[in-house]
Design a protein around this ligand. Structure first.
Ligand code: BGC
Length: 976
């Protein structure tokens, strides 16, 4: 029985701001928190019948008032309040909509909620109505897809949260104006991981554990309310609330008030971990001198100026901001980047890191869990190499396969890119390392990147690149954002008031700080007033350190208000507090190489895309005994991208193929020591596997002719700061593939490229695998896929256009090294606007070589019974998926919305779900649509609005392969 033996007291009505609210006075505890000293305060008991109010709320409140002690009318001591509700019928949820606002509970907790696979969750709709954040933490799921779990609604801002991996799920960090609380829910599911998780993420905050067995986690104790433990609070009081269900019957509604420990006057009160990050920043700011404030606003190049010594205290990498020891402010040490922790030129002797697969590889997994784990790997290794900021979280959209930096990004679709990069950010930050989302915004080409101007309309930018950033922020809550080099509609990104002040900070409520890209600042006061908070390495990369003397003068003269200066500093400090920089500073430790390898290999195996497999040539049959491997330095390693993100030193040493041009910036061309040839030999010790380097196409063809199967490895190197001249594989590789395929009809091509390339030999080649830049376990991952010990489940995050003629800008002058024509200074993105990639193809009726979302498996899957339910902005699809083959494998169910005829955008990805199925297994799965992808951005109302009309939902295997369709009518809705 929920409340057996638990004494209760009533909630106290108080008039606040003209409305009657129920408050809960923690000064009058009925149940004392087990680990608190008794206080002298009196306690009040109310009659047990109060638990069974059946009257409407107003009447109930009157009764409670009559019973309440007059002393309760004063403002109560601050407390964190948790409203515990029983599982509710849909009608009861509706009844609560009118009652909950008056309760003002910080957290509403509903345990044991069942959620049918295809239904919109009524509690989520309730949260939408109330403007609360909503989380459903799955505890178990039956074979029909019905989930049982813990529903949480909160009116407080979520400042950080756990990722999708089981061991990290169900953690929320909430804060009001002054206090912070760590909440852990769904404890039953990951009970064994809980103590470590709470230890790592609590950071000294008071904490609430929902649904764990009492005292399962050290330091937590029962509060008296069943299923809720807490730690770090002063008091715990329970009250019964007179809430009623749809029929007017009383609900089992109990309110727990957990009194905060009042922070005593400490010498350094900002070091009090029970306070919210913003409050700690406020307290600290008040102690800082003007010089100390300015010191926070500029970083130094962490590698030293002009090859000179490192700045004092810098551990050696991209950026360094000295700390203020007198105030306990740690230094900021930032490292690149999105595919692992770099060690440029070996500046930190002895340090190495895991070279993770590139951005498109992670995006191709369509698996948020893989992205989170990759992020956590990089974050952990950053922390262990003394960094508290990782400049990872790159979410620029791929508009053109020639963009030299596509390998750092996550493809062309804002939903997929936003989710994948958001999860990577969340993973990084789970390790007490701030992640910097970049490059904000529309830095989608590298040619003349420091100057070029991107032209694009407001609605189009919101529905494309900005949407990717918006979703990444919602998912990942990055602590910082890096403004880009380029100009957008004539204004430099790092002095763009619309992008930084209005959109990022005001409309998206981004509470973190904006740092510039290295060499992206062109002004002091102008940039500061537009929203830039920190200049990066200006002494090396910009005309001057604008955020030093020029900004000091501007503040002195009142051009930049002191309040703005304080805001800049506060944003940096609160981010450092929030992510544990003060309380869990990095420590130099050996990294776990094996854990890194495992994370990297899982990503390659799920992120390589089997594009073509005629006649089932792959996986290699047991009967294949003679294999010739050709080209791509496959005997040595796998290629990686160049520039600031390059991880050159791994546990396996440095470059496996040194000396390939260019050897200086943005080189060197890096081959990670991970030989596909050697790995394949290990996979297939029974086969004779020979290697031919491929420099001589005829010799390669001769060798291939006598083999059972030939495998050609082709590479395309790409790097930061320069675009690719075209979509052609460099050197003689097209000719090599054609020659080998001509000699042996059983030819497999493995590509390691920045993105889509022309494939003139495609019809001659029965099997094609795209492995992107696959990282330090690339060789092993590719070999496992070829041999069939891993089953491909990657899906394209980009449209594989046939050639440049299908692009919005077929000819762009000045691309590549030493271009024949001068480069342009303007990119007209209005050509395609928001119709990036598959949307462009659909709008123009173009047929790509491989569609967005395409990818093959060694298993086969069938779909049936697509159903869709809609309520307000929430759309949930469910479908039966069956593995009709005899191999275990994963498929990605993709949900597309076909917009009504006449819409500017013809089709959008609105949701997806990657599912792993055993042979013959069938499951009904749920796909929730991201509300913004159902909507258009109204630039006047500054809102996402669903346009009413008839739409079609397509459940597909790619953007151009619908398998099941359902028509839906969407009502006009403003997305919240
Ligand atoms: C790149 C950033 C990088 C920074 C620091 C810049 O050139 O654009 O992505 O984080 O350098 O190395």
């Amino acid at each position: 029985m929920a409340d057996e033996g638990v004494r209760t007291h009533a909630a106290t009505p108080v008039l606040r701001g003209g409305t009657l609210v129920l408050t809960h006075d923690s000064r009058c505890p009925l149940r004392r928190h087990p680990f608190q000293e008794p206080t002298a305060q009196a306690s009040v008991e109310t009659h047990p019948s109060m638990k069974t109010f059946t009257k409407p709320l107003v009447l109930s409140v009157a009764i409670v008032m009559a019973l309440a002690r007059p002393a309760f009318s004063a403002e109560p001591a601050p407390a964190f309040t948790v409203l515990g509700l029983p599982p509710l019928a849909t009608a009861d949820v509706q009844a609560l909509a009118a009652q909950l606002p008056a309760v003002e509970a910080d957290l509403v907790s509903v345990a044991g909620v069942t959620r049918a696979v295809g239904d919109v969750d009524p509690l989520q709709t309730l949260a939408d109505q109330l403007g609360y954040a909503y989380r459903f933490v799955t505890v178990s799921e039956d074979s029909q897809g019905t989930a049982t779990g813990h529903a949480l609604l909160t009116r407080l801002p979520v400042q950080a949260e756990g990722g999708p991996a089981t061991e990290d799920a169900g953690y929320l960090r909430l804060a009001d104006d002054r206090y912070v609380v760590a909440v852990y829910a769904g404890g039953e599911a990951a009970a064994s991981a809980l103590p470590a998780r709470a230890e790592a993420s609590r950071l000294g905050a008071p904490a609430v554990l929902l649904g764990g067995s009492p005292s399962a986690v050290p330091g937590f104790a029962a509060t008296g309310m069943e299923g809720i433990d807490s730690a770090g609070f002063a008091t715990a009081d329970e009250a019964v609330l007179p809430l009623h269900d749809a029929t007017g019957q009383t609900l089992q509604a109990r309110l727990l008030s957990l009194g905060y420990v009042s922070s005593g006057a400490q010498e350094k009160p900002w070091m009090d971990t029970t306070l919210a990050a913003d409050e700690r920043a406020r307290l600290l700011l008040g102690q800082m001198t003007q010089d100390e404030k300015f010191q926070m606003l500029r970083s130094y190049f962490g590698l030293g100026k002009d090859g000179g010594p490192l700045p004092e205290g810098a551990v050696g990498s991209a950026g360094f901001v000295p700390g203020v020891p007198r105030l306990h402010i740690p230094s900021q040490q930032s490292a690149d980047a999105g595919v692992g922790v770099t060690n440029p030129g070996g500046i930190r002797p002895g340090d190495h890191a895991t070279a993770m697969p590139s951005g498109p590889a992670t995006a191709s997994t369509w698996n948020p869990m893989i992205a989170w784990q990759g992020g956590a790997t990089m974050g952990r290794e950053a922390w262990q190499q003394r960094f508290n900021i990782l400049l990872g979280g790159s979410v620029n959209l791929q508009r053109d396969p020639r963009n030299g930096r596509n390998f750092e990004y996550a493809g062309e679709d804002p939903l997929l890119a936003g989710i994948i990069v958001g999860e990577s950010i969340r993973g990084i930050q789970s390790q007490h390392v701030i992640s910097t989302m970049k490059h904000y915004a529309l830095n989608d080409m590298e040619t003349r990147r420091n100057f070029h101007d991107v032209r694009i309309g407001e609605q189009a930018m919101h529905e494309s690149d900005l949407l990717a950033f918006e979703i990444a922020i919602e998912r990942g809550r990055p602590g910082s954002t890096m403004c880009a080099y380029n100009r957008i509609n004539g204004i430099y990104a790092c002095e763009h008031p619309y992008l930084m002040n209005q959109v990022l900070k005001q409309e998206w409520e981004f509470p973190g700080f904006v740092m510039s890209d290295w060499g992206g600042v062109h002004s002091g006061s102008k940039a500061a007033l537009a929203g830039l908070d920190q200049q990066s390495a200006g002494e090396v990369f910009d005309a001057t350190t604008f955020f030093d003397v020029p900004l000091r003068m501007a503040v002195g003269a009142g051009v930049v208000p002191q309040a703005r200066l304080d805001d800049m500093v506060s944003r940096i400090l609160r981010t450092m507090f929030l992510h544990g920089n003060f309380d869990r500073p990095p420590q130099h430790q050996a990294i776990d190489d094996q854990a890194g390898f495992a994370s990297a290999q899982r990503t390659v195996e799920e992120g390589s895309v089997l594009l073509r497999n005629e006649g089932g040539l792959l996986p290699l049959a047991d009967s294949v005994k003679r294999i010739v491997v050709v080209g791509g330095h496959a005997d040595k390693g796998v290629i990686g991208g160049g520039g600031s993100s390059m991880v050159g030193i791994t546990a396996r040493g440095g470059n496996a193929v040194p000396g390939v041009q260019p050897t200086t910036w943005p080189g060197p061309v890096m081959f990670h020591p991970s030989s596909p040839l050697e790995a394949l030999r290990r996979e297939r010790p029974d086969a004779d596997i020979q290697y031919v380097d491929g420099r001589d196409a005829k010799a390669a063809a001769r060798a291939a002719a006598s083999a059972d199967v030939a495998i050609v490895f082709a590479t395309q190197w790409s790097a930061e700061s320069v675009d690719l001249p075209d979509m052609q594989l460099p050197g003689n590789q097209d000719a090599l593939i054609a020659a080998v395929a001509g000699a042996n009809p059983k030819t497999v091509v493995v590509l390691q490229t920045n993105g889509p390339v022309r494939t003139p030999w495609l019809r001659q080649v029965p099997a094609l695998l795209e492995a992107w830049y696959p990282g330090i376990r690339g060789g092993e991952g590719i070999a496992a896929l070829l041999a069939g010990t891993a089953n491909p489940s990657g899906r394209l995050p980009v449209t594989w256009v046939a050639d440049e003629s299908q692009l919005p800008r077929p000819h762009v002058p000045g691309l590549g090294f030493q271009p024949k024509q001068p480069a342009v200074d303007e990119f007209d993105f209005d050509v395609e606007g928001a119709n990036v990639g598959y949307k462009w193809m659909a709008a123009k009726g173009l047929v790509p070589t491989f569609a967005f979302g395409h990818g093959l498996s060694y298993s086969r899957f069938a779909y049936e019974n697509l159903r869709v339910s809609v309520a307000g902005q929430r759309l949930v699809a469910s479908v039966d998926i069956r593995n009709t083959s005899d191999r275990a494998g994963a498929d990605v169910a993709q949900l597309y919305l076909k917009l009504p005829a006449g819409s500017t955008t013809p089709i959008r990805l609105v949701g997806f779900n990657k599912v792993m199925l055993e042979p013959g297994e069938q499951r009904r799965i749920r796909i929730e649509a991201e509300p913004k992808t159902l909507a258009s951005f109204d630039t006047t109302a500054r809102q996402w609005k669903i346009v009413p009309g008839h739409y079609q939902l397509q459940l597909g295997r790619s953007a151009s392969e619908p398998l099941q369709t359902v028509d839906v009518q969407l009502a006009e809705t403003v997305v919240r």
